[in-house]
Design a protein around this ligand. Structure first.
Ligand SMILES: N[C@@H](CCC(=O)N[C@@H](CS)C(=O)NCC(=O)O)C(=O)O
Length: 210
């Protein structure tokens, strides 16, 4: 299957490229330069009407939403078990943490980003930022309790839920949010040195430089 990622560095695109690298799959990286407004071009809006990255082309058809793309990529090599499916309960535990990443951990950061720089100036409300920071800290406490002493969120086996969670923690660090929990610091360190992550970062830098 021929895969093309549409993306831009320092965005949720890294979730998809990291996943592809973990899976050992080949893909092209098509840069959509957000700083030049390329996500709003008519050609890209045909791919993703939301005008956002990432998107994935798989044999001529398009997918959007980073979490959905990751699950699709996992299904291309189910033997890797990056999306556990041994039982409905195990799968639901995986979904639980993916949904937590998207709905609870990420949203306060996105609120900060939207109200600092992403929304048109007239739509920004800086007064919301302390509330979003407080919500992020509450979500960190929940994640810390869920992780406990495990290496990964579902135990000792790395899954795609770790990609969503760790990417969002990296994002929190980039936004200079305090992540004080020792187990989360260790988790960030453990995930941050995965060779697939380095390969994904190299791929996006190469696309940017091309
Ligand atoms: N829920 C979407 C969010 C996608 C999204 O908001 N992407 C950002 C970059 S991380 C974007 O393209 N922003 C450009 C814009 O909003 O114009 C996903 O997880 O894929």
């Amino acid at each position: 299957m021929h895969l093309t990622v549409y993306g831009f560095p320092n965005t949720r695109t890294l979730r998809v490229t990291w996943m592809l690298e973990e899976m050992g799959l080949d893909y092209d990286y098509q840069l959509i330069d957000l700083s030049k407004g390329e996500s709003q071009s008519p050609a890209y809006l045909d791919i993703n009407p939301a005008g956002k990255v990432p998107a994935l082309k798989a044999d001529g058809a398009y997918l959007t939403e980073s979490a959905a793309i990751i699950n699709f990529v996992a299904a291309l090599k189910p033997e890797r078990e990056l999306v556990p499916d041994a039982s409905p309960f195990r799968r639901a535990q995986y979904d639980q943490w993916c949904n937590f990443a998207i709905a609870e951990l990420e949203q306060p950061l996105w609120t900060i980003g939207k109200n600092k720089f992403a929304l048109p100036k007239a739509q920004r409300c800086e007064a919301i930022i302390p509330t979003a920071q407080w919500e992020f800290q509450r979500a960190l406490d929940l994640l810390s309790r869920g992780l406990g002493e495990q290496s990964f969120i579902l135990g000792e086996h790395f899954t795609a839920a770790d990609i969503l969670l760790a990417h969002t923690l990296f994002w929190g660090m980039a936004f200079k949010q305090d992540i004080a929990q020792e187990n989360l610091q260790a988790y960030i360190g453990r995930l941050g040195v995965r060779p697939a992550l380095a390969a994904a970062r190299a791929k996006e830098q190469a696309a940017k430089g091309a």
